[in-house]
Design a protein around this ligand. Structure first.
Ligand code: BG6
Length: 491
């Protein structure tokens, strides 16, 4: 089979197999991302894509399904009839039961010998082991093969370890791409450049010059049609264990020696391992669980979580988490780190706010009582960076008012911004592991998160209701207020 060349790129011939190929992720994200990669000439010339599923689609029926379901997720201005037709020519649906070893012959037959192989596991994680074992038994794995593991990777530390052990029997760590799509976002990658491609922030990027850090990933959407998955998962496992902790790693890590995957991942791992473990008392004091109640979203009435389709009566799954964390190292000693995420919040907004220290003393009697300097890094829906500075209000007297230095990245760059999945899929194809999670990172994240989830159980901590369309339960603001801070919620 094709081997890797020196730059890690796969040669011209590639078979990309998507297990769960007719599923939600494939339809909404993977196939649209692959179409975009195809449109922009980023797929190896001879690429075949094999969505795998149980549904007995004929080729025609599958192409019809794709036309109906996938096209709505492609930006209309990127849709090109000719490119679409040539993309469809790459698709070869394989109908099979992934748990049946005998069915892998059909997959093997669809993949000519000599091509590099990427296996994307977008199924429930309880199928991962069977898929890997069956691929191995069918002789479909070699040292050039790669496997992509979609989250959730486990339900707790033990199950994450079990998945890693099992997949590790068939693939070396350098062949395993654990995806966290937040690491593929342009803005998140830009955070590394903001920190390590500039000199002005680094000297101040530490205690005592930073007073607090807040990371918000707020969603306006509710649970949607994912009740089955979400109700057994909750916001802590769905968002905090992966996306928020990964953002925190990039904010808090020491400068890596290079962009080499292990250089970056070593530094992220150190952050995760330095997170102060929470005791039961910490969990009770420093975490807030919430669940949305009926309210409004984008001007329309929105039902509460318990009224959503297929949510079990009386469910106590959290749709909101906020918490205060600490990192036990020299750089971050005594700097509270606030994390917050939720569904059905006031708006969709992902933002990192670095609040710099208060003035030691002010000579301006009329200075407003508010944080002096803040760096606000908006990741989505728009991408911009604002540095809030104090300025003198025009007029007699010395009245101060905060104004912003604005870095508007969307107008600074006119280049196309690829979606996270497109960028990460290209990384997989080219063998670039930097923006994927290593096994020890994943396990360190679970090690920190698990006692919090267990603590909630021990404390019988029921989620606090918050009205859909708001910023979460009042207790979340109180958590901040105790530290003399407040969530940034203005536009
Ligand atoms: C996924 C979660 O990982 O991330 C979803 O499972 C969530 O519940 C989604 O909606 C948010 O991603 P994005 O890119 O829309 O911020």
């Amino acid at each position: 089979m094709t081997s890797l060349n020196a730059s890690g790129a796969v040669a011209d011939s590639l078979d990309l197999v998507i297990f769960g190929g007719a599923g939600d992720l494939s339809v909404r994200k993977l196939l649209p991302a692959l179409y975009m990669a195809h449109l922009h000439g980023n797929l190896p010339v001879d690429t075949r894509i094999h969505p795998v599923g149980r549904q007995p689609f004929s080729r025609e029926a599958f192409l019809g399904f794709v036309a109906e379901k996938v096209v709505p997720f492609i930006e209309p201005k990127a849709f090109d009839e000719k490119a679409w037709d040539s993309f469809l020519a790459r698709l070869h649906y394989v109908s099979m039961d992934v748990s049946r070893p005998g069915d892998y012959a059909a997959l093997a037959a669809a993949m000519p010998p000599g091509a590099a192989r990427v296996y994307y596991l977008a199924t429930a994680p309880n199928l991962f082991t069977a898929i890997c074992a069956n691929l191995a038994a069918a002789n479909l794995i070699d040292e050039a093969s790669r496997v992509v593991l979609e989250k959730p990777l486990g339900h707790d530390l033990a199950s994450a370890r079990a998945i890693n052990d099992e997949v590790g029997q068939y693939f070396a760590e350098s062949q395993i791409f654990r995806i966290d799509h937040y690491l593929g976002k342009e803005t998140v990658q830009n955070l590394m450049v903001l920190r390590f491609g500039n000199t002005i922030f680094e000297p101040l990027w530490r205690s005592p010059y930073i007073k607090s850090v807040q990371i918000t990933v707020a969603e306006a959407v509710g649970v949607g049609s994912r009740a089955g998955f979400y109700d057994g998962t909750g916001a802590m496992r769905d968002m905090v264990q992966n996306h928020l902790l990964q953002l925190l790693c990039i904010v808090a890590m020491e400068p890596p020696v290079s962009l080499d995957p292990d250089a970056v991942r070593d530094e992220k791992l150190k952050v995760l391992r330095s997170l102060r473990p929470m005791t039961l008392a910490d969990v009770a004091r420093d975490t807030v669980r919430g669940q949305y109640a009926a309210g409004a979203s984008a001007g329309d009435a929105a039902v509460g979580y318990l009224q959503e389709a297929n949510i079990p009566e009386g469910s106590t799954t959290e749709t909101f988490v906020s918490l205060k964390a600490h990192i036990n190292n020299w750089r971050w000693a005594n700097v509270p780190i606030f994390l917050r995420t939720g569904k059905r919040m006031a708006e969709r907004r992902s933002e990192i706010v670095i609040e710099f220290a208060d003035l030691p003393y002010t000579i301006f009697p009329d200075a407003p009582r508010q944080p002096v300097n803040r760096l606000m890094i908006r990741l989505q829906p728009e991408e911009h960076v604002q540095l809030q500075m104090m300025a003198k209000e025009p007029g007699s007297g010395m009245r101060l008012r905060p104004v912003s230095l604005n870095l508007d990245l969307e107008s600074a760059f006119t280049e196309r911004r690829a979606e996270a999945y497109e960028r990460l899929l290209i990384d997989v194809i080219r063998g670039r592991l930097t923006h994927f999670m290593r096994r020890d990172e994943l396990e360190a994240a679970w090690t920190w998160v698990e006692p919090i989830i267990n603590g909630w159980q021990t404390l019988n901590e029921k989620p606090k209701a918050y009205t859909a369309g708001t910023w979460g339960p009042a207790a979340s603001s109180a958590l901040m207020a105790r530290e003399g801070s407040a969530w940034v919620e203005e536009a």
